[in-house]
Design a protein around this ligand. Structure first.
Ligand code: ZN
Length: 132
């Protein structure tokens, strides 16, 4: 199952937890693992605090400082900063599913991280059900 994600800025974190939960509910699978994967080389997936939006701002501010957009990169497309950020943050997360609920901490949410937007993105959600 794929979740569409529309981004509105070059760098942005979008909370997709509720969309992932909806896919899980629709599947009727109760126990297993949920793999959430970005289908892009310039968009990542991470799990972090979704209570205070300042956390997203601080993460993006730090990534943008450490990996500036223009640092005399060689990649012809001109978006090497985005590719590097995806390799650091990672393209996917794996979340336990127990009794129909994602096992996340109280303050944890699943985010799509846009690093070369704005764009229309897709996130793949694969549920692997327990065998017993
Ligand atoms: Zn590129």
């Amino acid at each position: 199952m794929q979740i569409p994600v529309k981004t509105h800025a070059r760098t942005q974190m979008i909370d997709i937890t509720s969309q992932v939960r909806r896919v899980v509910e629709d599947s009727k699978i109760q126990n297993g693992l949920v793999h959430v994967c970005s289908l892009h080389t310039t968009g990542a997936i991470t799990i972090n605090e979704n209570a205070d939006p300042a956390v997203e701002t601080d993460i993006l501010k730090t990534l943008n400082k450490v990996i500036p957009w223009d640092d005399h990169f060689k990649h012809m497309e001109g978006n090497s900063a985005a590719h590097i950020k995806v390799s650091l943050v990672g393209p996917s997360e794996l979340i336990p599913l127990e009794n129909g609920s994602l096992i996340l901490g109280t303050w944890q949410g699943i985010f799509f991280c846009e690093f070369d937007g704005p764009r229309n993105r897709r996130v793949n959600v694969k549920i692997m059900a327990d065998l017993c």
